[in-house]
Ligand binder design. Structure first.
Ligand code: KIV
Length: 274
């Protein structure tokens, strides 16, 4: 059965949810066929696809462009798209407009918004407009300048309490799930136990109801840096380097293309040419 909001909610306490990011058709198709429950078109695309130093420059149009490609590659996974920085903060009306545009133009099944208590009214308005919303707490990368870097959150009692209160408020506002990023695993466990909706962890330990990774990180394809919480399931980066080096060498030596890679025209047609 295809994954959706209901299967997400029903998984809580029964089956762990697997989620990966994807930003293009081919990767999404491979992931979907591999059985992952959900694909997140994360605004991390700003860093891993577009080469920005953070996610702040990503636009609604960027999310739509990549979101459409992912949706075209997917049959079974639930596709969730990030609302980028400043697309939902200005006003609830603007948030609804941008959210509607992303859902209408991509065909995605839900949206993810970063933030807690300060965005619960917006989350409630989106849910009322029948848009499934995934929350995102802890190290929310759109707040990188407020945090003073990509830093673990919830390490003292007052910050941890703020994250717990935010999680409960997001659930009350109608969010169907919450990503917990880079928070102590014991805090993620407390939040997971308090909520009836599933938590999806990234750097938040094994007690979350599911896990998400940026796919390039998970296969060694993002050379700039690897966060501590990442497990590499392959080393595609070095395989690609070898492949590109061999290609370069074979093009320069004339080894590629071989006869079998070429097309033919008959001698008769050839003779008609100068
Ligand atoms: O943008 C993203 O990829 C994310 C995940 C890291 C959760 O928000």
């Amino acid at each position: 059965m295809a994954n959706n909001v209901k299967t997400f909610l029903n998984s809580k306490g029964k089956e762990k949810i697997s989620m990966l990011t994807a930003y293009d058709y081919s990767t999404a198709k491979i992931m979907d066929e591999s059985g992952v429950n959900a694909i997140l078109v994360g605004d991390s695309l700003g860093m891993v696809c577009l080469g920005y130093k953070d996610t702040l420059s990503v636009t609604v149009d960027d999310m739509i462009h990549h979101g459409k490609a992912v949706v075209r590659g997917v049959k079974n996974a639930m596709v969730i798209i990030d609302m980028p920085f400043m697309s939902y903060e200005v006003s609830t009306e603007k948030a609804l407009e941008n959210a509607g545009k992303i859902i209408k133009e991509t065909g995605a099944h839900g949206l993810k918004l970063e933030g807690g208590l300060e965005i619960v009214d917006t989350v409630a308005a989106l849910v009322r407009a029948k848009i499934p919303v995934m929350g995102h707490l802890g190290l929310t990368p759109q707040s990188v300048n407020v945090f003073g870097g990509f830093k673990v959150q919830g390490k003292d009692a007052s910050d941890a309490q703020r994250i717990i209160d935010s999680a409960l408020a997001l659930e009350k506002a109608g969010a169907f799930s919450i990503v917990l990023e880079c928070v102590p695993s014991s805090l993620a466990k407390i939040i997971t136990e308090k909520l009836t909706i599933p938590t999806i962890g990234i750097g938040a330990g094994v007690d979350c109801d599911g896990q998400v990774l940026v796919w390039q990180d998970s296969v060694g394809l993002f050379p700039d840096f690897t966060p501590k919480f990442v497990k590499k399931y392959a080393e595609i980066g070095s395989i690609l380097t070898e492949a590109f080096k061999t290609y370069d060498k074979e093009v320069k030596s004339g080894e590629f293309p071989e006869e079998k890679h070429t097309f033919k025209i008959s001698e008769e047609e050839l003779k008609k040419l100068y």
